[in-house]
Design a protein around this ligand. Structure first.
Ligand SMILES: *Cc1c(COP(=O)(O)O)cnc(C)c1O
Length: 386
């Protein structure tokens, strides 16, 4: 059995007659048939082949094949963005009247999907507190179909016990879906802990260089078939070009993520001793409340560090205005380090009490630690704190 790094590079499509070394880009919307019988058999799904790029394309198939290999999944489908994957997965699996039990600490757009759009289709949700997993079972109703969570969470870098969620989902026969975007398949494979489906925004660590939007859902073959049938009709498919870019990026995922984590841990350790900082959160810091769980389910701590600048909103803004090297942006998982102020950007649409529930204060800073030299990253943050 080859290791993760080898599979990431060696899992690829069969070579064409040109014997290319690197998989070529298939910019084609459709595919041709040999004859009438081939056409009939293809549409009858008697053979596995490409028909139309809304259904499948060699480049998206390569991306799916690699991520299935990384996550230990049976099947998958590639989407135009992470949110297309989130939406299509729910839309394919849920019926009117169904209920979703979700962690409170989730990506802002997923929260907006639950609260603003689900009610239109008579789909309800309840949030559970990730610090209080014991009470989850009380929140399950006869209508509950899915348990949903992210780990580590955004932007608070909290850690959810995946094994515990897996055992609850199994006990009540619910579908467990994990958004694994913050960890990447290199650091954590939720299927090992009982997840049925795993979602990624490929836009983040998978591409890792801030170029393309992409998303993917992988997991149980029966569930994936439902998601595939919904998606080939509704059209959220990933473009061949973006699939080609991200498939190449996966070849370097392990080396990149190793360095992201190394740099992030150094920054977290530096901040932990700093007198202008109230608190620091990073899964692989001993002071993290879920350090033991993080160690159990992750290979390293990821690229995101959260901390609070002393002095509230004003000190927070002064910190951002003093940053010189790092980018002020809302993205993450990029080779360039990025600082974000969640209270005024990604989570600005939440009320103050909603923000408090997800652990975001006015002074909370989220750093997506990139691949620049760690000394340069730390120096910029140090001078901004000063
Ligand atoms: C960015 C992100 C998404 C959405 O992905 P897009 O590619 O931006 O649509 C979903 N979940 C998490 C945790 C994310 O960070």
């Amino acid at each position: 059995m080859n290791k993760f790094e080898t599979n990431a590079i060696r899992t690829q499509l069969e070579r064409s007659n040109n014997l290319e070394h690197s998989v070529p880009l298939y910019l084609t919307s459709s595919f041709v048939f040999e004859d009438a019988e081939d056409m009939r058999a293809s549409f009858a799904e008697e053979k596995e082949r490409n028909i139309y790029s809304r259904y499948s394309n060699p480049n998206s198939s390569e991306f799916v094949k690699k991520v299935c290999q990384m996550e230990g999944a049976e099947a998958g489908f590639a989407f135009a963005s992470g949110m297309a994957a989130v939406f299509s997965t729910f839309a394919a699996l849920l019926d009117s009247g169904d209920h979703v039990l979700s962690a409170r600490n989730i990506f802002g757009s997923t929260h907006a999907l639950f609260t603003k759009f689900f009610p239109k289709w008579n789909i309800s949700h309840t949030y559970f507190k990730i610090d209080d997993l014991d009470t989850i079972e009380n929140l399950i109703t006869p209508q509950t179909k899915i348990i949903y969570a992210e780990s580590p969470t955004n932007p608070g870098v909290d850690v959810v016990d995946l094994e515990l969620l897996g055992s609850i989902a199994k006990k009540y026969n619910l579908i467990l879906i994990i958004d694994n975007c913050f960890a990447s398949p290199y650091l954590q494979q939720p299927i090992n802990f009982g997840a049925d489906l795993v979602i990624h925004s490929g836009t983040k660590l998978m591409d890792g260089q801030g170029r393309v939007l992409a998303g993917i859902t992988v997991g149980n073959a029966e569930l994936m078939d439902k998601i595939y049938r919904f998606s080939r009709i509704t059209g959220p498919a990933l473009s061949p070009f973006n699939a080609w870019v991200i498939s190449k990026s996966l070849e370097t995922l392990a080396v990149r993520v190793d360095r992201h984590c190394e740099n992030a841990l150094k920054l977290a350790q530096f901040l932990e001793g700093h007198d202008k900082v109230n608190w620091v959160k990073y899964p692989f810091l001993r002071s993290h409340p879920k350090y033991e769980i993080a160690k159990k389910q992750m290979k390293a701590g990821g690229c995101v560090v959260a901390f609070e600048v002393k002095g509230g909103l004003e000190a927070g803004q002064q910190f951002f205005n003093s940053i010189k090297l790092l980018s002020l942006s809302a993205n993450l998982g990029d080779s360039r380090s990025i600082v974000t102020h969640p209270a005024s950007t990604t989570h600005s649409k939440l009320s103050i009490s909603e923000r408090a529930e997800t652990g975001i204060t006015d002074g909370t800073v989220r750093v997506s630690v990139g691949l620049e030299h760690s000394e340069d990253i730390i120096r910029d943050i140090q001078q901004a704190l000063q």
